[in-house]
Design a protein around this ligand. Structure first.
Ligand code: GNR
Ligand code: NI
Length: 173
């Protein structure tokens, strides 16, 4: 089932998420819902916290539109390596609709995680995947990409989002 994505400013997005204890049917159902929500948005990543669930759970799929889908589920992910070399990407976030900004992060990283089937895995990533992994793991710690911008840029984006939320309210009421 497709879920509603929380939009900043929302205090839930600033919470720290708890590790998932075990991958039971409920957890699998949640991961399936996250994937469906991410594809519908559409986005290349989604953390459970973005649909209001405070668990350390991420889905990512950076495959192109016409390619075969290649979803990656990261349960309790931990970054175990960050390159000194950095790269800059124009980032967006489904919780910051319409807002984009360049963010500098380590160009490469390795992540240790548990997969959809409960198996321990490691993945070394570069390029867009490395950026996306770091963006998603930030979500699990209550961090958004606007936290890396100047106060001026961050405040401007938050102001726009508040205005956007008020406009949506007006349509509903
Ligand atoms: O869809 C998304 N695109 C994106 C582009 C550049 C860097 C990070 C991302 S993640 C984002 C989806 C999202 O908000 N995930 O939390
Ligand atoms: Ni995001």
């Amino acid at each position: 089932m497709q879920k509603k994505i929380l939009i900043e400013p929302d205090p839930i997005l600033r919470q720290k998420c708890e590790p998932l204890e075990k991958i039971d049917g409920n957890a699998k159902k949640l991961m399936d819902d996250m994937l469906e929500t991410m594809y519908a948005a559409p986005g290349i990543g989604l953390a459970a916290i973005q649909i209001g669930i405070l668990k350390r759970l991420v889905v990512i799929d950076i495959s192109k539109e016409k390619e075969k889908r290649k979803p990656i589920f990261l349960v309790n992910p931990e970054i175990i390596y960050r390159s000194k070399e950095t790269s800059v990407y124009e980032e967006g976030c489904l919780s910051l609709p319409g807002q984009f900004a360049e963010v500098e992060r380590p160009a490469e990283c390795s992540v240790k995680y548990i997969d959809y089937f409960g198996k321990e895995k490691e993945l070394k990533a570069n390029g867009l995947l490395a950026t996306c992994i770091q963006h998603e793991i930030d979500h699990l710690n209550g961090i958004l990409f606007i936290d890396y911008l100047s106060k001026l840029k961050k405040d401007m984006i938050i102001k726009k989002l508040i205005k956007h939320k008020k406009e949506i309210e007006r349509v509903i009421v």
